[in-house]
Structure formats: C-alpha cells, structure tokens
Design a protein around this ligand. Structure first.
Ligand SMILES: C[S@@+](CC[C@H](N)C(=O)[O-])C[C@H]1O[C@@H](n2cnc3c(N)ncnc32)[C@H](O)[C@@H]1O
Length: 448
C-alpha cells in the first residue's frame, strides 16, 4: 500500500496515554492466565512468551559487555530481560516519553540501573550513532512506524557491520492481504532486504501464535473491565484482531547488517574496560531523563566542578547538594527541554541540556565533559547534537550564560559560533552571556 493511502501511524501521544494507565493489576492477571511462566517483571506491552524471548536472545548472538539496542522499547521489559540474560548493556529507544521514563525506573527491577539507558527517539531517528549496536531488537513495534522501510534503514545504520536486527512481528499469509489492517500487511523479509540487510531469515512457530491468541482470550475471559481502561482497550483489540488471527503467522525475523564483522575488542570474559578517550564508534549521545542514574552521575560531577571553581577550593558534599537544589535540572525533559548524556562502554562521559523557551529561544545549560574524556572533541559533539535537537524543536536562537572562571567553556562556545551578547539573566553564577542564531528550524517530535 503506498504510504499516502495508509492511515496515519499512531502518535507518541497515543502511546503516552496507554502507558500512563499501565499499572493495571487485571493486565497482570491476563499474563498469569496466558503465560504463567513469564517473569512478572517483564510486564510486556506485546505478545512474548519465555520461549519466544529465548529464541530472540539466541538470535541476537550477544556476548557479555556488548550493546543491545531495543527499538520501540516501551516500558522496557523484554529488552531488559534480554540484556540481563546476555550480560549486555542496553540502550532502549521509544518515541513515548512516558514509556521511556517508566523503562528507566523499571531497570532496577532487573538489577540493570547502571547498564541500561533509555532515550526518547523515533524509529527513523533514534539519535544513536552509526555502527554502535552489537544487536538490535524490536519487539512487536516496527509495524507502527509511519515509514517501516526508513525504520529498517535506521536500524541498519546503528548496527555494527555483520551484526543482527531481530524483529518479532506478524507476517501475513498473503502479503498485502486487504482483510488485514494496513500495518499487518507488511512482507517483512522483502522489506528488510530492500533496506540492504543480508541473510534475512524468518521463522514462524505455532506456539508463538498461540501466545498471541491466548492473551486476547484471557483478556476477554475477565469480563466487564469496569474502570480499567487498559483492559477495556485490550478487549476491544481482541474483538477486532482475533477473527483475523488465522490470516497471519507470528514470526521472528533475523536480518544481518551488511559488511564485515569487526574483530571483537573485548576480552574472552566479556569485560569491557572503561576507556578514557572518545572512540567514535562506541560513543552514544542520547536524550535521557534527568532523574536517570547516568544523568544523576554526570550532573553531580558538573555541579561539583562549578561549585569548586566558584569557591576556589574543592566544594563540600553539602555545597554540591545545595547547588543542585538551587538549580534543579528536572525541567530538562520533554516537553520543556531535554538532557543529552554521552556514554561509552558503560561509562558516562558528559552532558548538555536544552531548555525550550517561548519565541524560538533555546537555553543551553549543563554543558560538561568528565575530566577523563576531555581534549577529544566531546564538548563539540555534544553542542552539535544539541543544535540538531534545537532545530527539530524550531529553535531559532540559542543562548547561554556562563562565568569568567569557566575558561574552557567560554572557548568552546566561541569556537562553536556563539557570540558574546548583552546580559539576559541575573545571578551570582553568570557574568558572560552568549548567543547563536540557528537557521532552518523544523517541527519536532514534541510538537513545540
Ligand atoms: C506494542 S508496544 C511494544 C513495546 C515493547 N517492545 C514491549 O514489548 O513491551 C510498541 C512500542 O512501539 C513504540 N513506537 C511506536 N511507534 C514508534 C516510533 N515511530 N518510534 C519509536 N517508537 C515507536 C510505542 O511507543 C510502543 O512503546
């Protein structure tokens, strides 16, 4: 079906709404009835069983310490389960900020708070750098893409050569079957080959299909949903989809990114040493909730350094805590802003924040590079990435304030085209003001 004839794909706001009502005990009951062996913490928004997850795990071919990208991660359960089993690092991407926040919180349930990161991003613009993932999965999500071929191309871009994308989805018995909803008509192997993947393999198993229909039947068996809107929605979906279930197969597709696999740089025990430098291929700069563990670590380091320079001596714990209280960072999250965090091989290396103000103004703040990662261009990379996000949010002018004693920061801004301007803020920590005009702003995913 040509894209123009397809009904619009669901929006992030549609999913935000579903995820904000997701703590439903009756949905938990659905899972107890349909897949009693599924670990409770997985709480999927999909149709997974322990057997299906094990199959996906094996297909990813991940070694401990490698990086798994979960595209359309939702509340994170399936990706976190896979990362825990593989001993991998996890980067989850989803366009629903509500899902991303819940996924970040839920990482602790899997003991992965310091190995899992979650970021807001679209399938076609994940924000992950090229050739950085050792495997990518997308569990029952890719069919929601407005442009599934572009989503596949983005997955190919972020994968290292020779590494795999593993999708769970549904394959129509007859590709293009008009009795199915448009997003259920996709012929996955040909779409993935068209996106340049090689070695595309598809497997359909009746037991995976049985899980799918059992979840719907379990939802219907609970009867009147009362005020449980999530159960009511699942029952509606069941009534629409169950009659069509025989027209499709439940599938796992494995597709390999072209190119030669890199010789692994990790030890045989899978241990990845923390590196001081920025090796591009492993660097991930991604939007993270300010409350996440990684953001907390780098923001604390930022305030420790700013306060120490202000006092001209190492700041005490109380002074750092007071500075963080006085200048909270929780507004650096959608829709009013965002925080980028740079991570490499599990080490947090730096951050940069953006506040979205009226009139196309973006305020740059919290630009920081950890001492061990300096003099390798990371500050510039963070500013470049921040500008891309700013343009997406139709920001036309970036501005920032800084201080005389933050010499390296002032040099960085000057190199990046920021020019000194008249004061636009007051306060003890500001005595230099910079601005930079951006051209070509376009609408962004948060609709600002
Ligand atoms: C059925 S849920 C699956 C979630 C998760 N994989 C799981 O198994 O629990 C589909 C997910 O895809 C996400 N999604 C849909 N369209 C997207 C897009 N264009 N970009 C990124 N995520 C998207 C939704 O927000 C939702 O979290």
């Amino acid at each position: 079906m040509p894209p123009e004839a397809r009904p619009p794909a669901p929006s992030a706001a549609d999913f935000d709404q579903a995820f904000s009502t997701s703590a439903s005990p009756r949905i938990r009951r659905v899972w107890e009835l349909a897949e009693p062996g599924l670990p409770a913490e997985v709480e999927p928004f999909s149709f997974v069983s322990p057997g299906l997850l094990r199959h996906v795990l094996q297909a990813t071919d991940l070694a401990p310490g490698q990086t798994l990208a979960d595209l359309g991660c939702g509340r994170g359960g399936p990706g976190l389960w896979l990362a825990r089993e593989a001993g991998a690092l996890l980067v989850g991407v989803d366009f629903s900020p509500v899902a991303v926040e819940q996924a970040a919180d839920r990482a602790t349930l899997f003991g992965l708070a310091d190995r899992a990161r979650f970021a807001v991003g679209d399938f076609t613009r994940t924000g992950l750098p090229t050739a950085t993932a050792d495997a990518a999965v997308s569990v029952d999500a890719f069919h929601f893409a407005a442009d599934p071929a572009a989503a596949a191309a983005e997955a190919r871009r972020i994968l290292r050569p020779g590494r795999r994308l593993v999708l769970t989805n549904w394959q129509p018995n007859v590709p293009g079957d008009s009795r199915l909803p448009p997003r259920a008509r996709i012929d996955w192997p040909s779409l993935l080959r068209g996106a340049g993947f090689t070695g595309v393999e598809m497997e359909a198993r009746p037991e995976w299909h049985d899980t799918y229909t059992r979840v719907y039947q379990a939802a219907l068996s609970l009867g009147d949903p009362g005020d449980d809107t999530l159960l009511a929605d699942l029952q509606d979906e069941a009534r629409q989809r169950l009659p069509l279930a025989g027209l499709q197969e439940r599938i796992v597709v494995i597709a390999t990114a072209p190119g030669q696999a890199r010789v692994p740089t990790r030890g045989t025990d899978g241990h990845v040493p923390h590196t001081a430098g920025v090796r591009d291929a492993d660097l991930v700069i991604t939007v993270m909730p300010p409350a996440s563990a990684a953001a907390g670590e780098v923001l604390r380091a930022y305030f420790a350094e700013v306060a120490s320079r202000y006092y001209g001596r190492p700041a005490t714990e109380e002074e750092i805590a007071a500075a963080m209280r006085e200048e909270p960072s929780d507004d650096l999250s959608p829709p009013g802003g965002l925080l980028l965090v740079a991570v490499q091989d599990g080490a947090v290396l730096g951050c940069a924040g953006l506040r979205l103000l009226p009139g196309g103004i973006g305020e740059v703040t919290r630009v920081y590079v950890m001492p061990a990662a300096r003099r390798r261009g990371l500050g510039s990379r963070l500013l470049d990435e921040l500008e891309t996000h700013a343009r997406d949010h139709r920001v036309t002018r970036l501005r920032l304030d800084t201080r005389r004693d933050l010499v390296e920061a002032r040099q960085l801004y000057a190199r990046h085209g920021y020019r000194e301007t008249t004061p636009f803020s007051r306060g003890p920590y500001s005595d230099h003001w910079f601005q930079k005009d951006l051209l070509g702003g376009k609408p962004g995913p948060f609709g600002t």
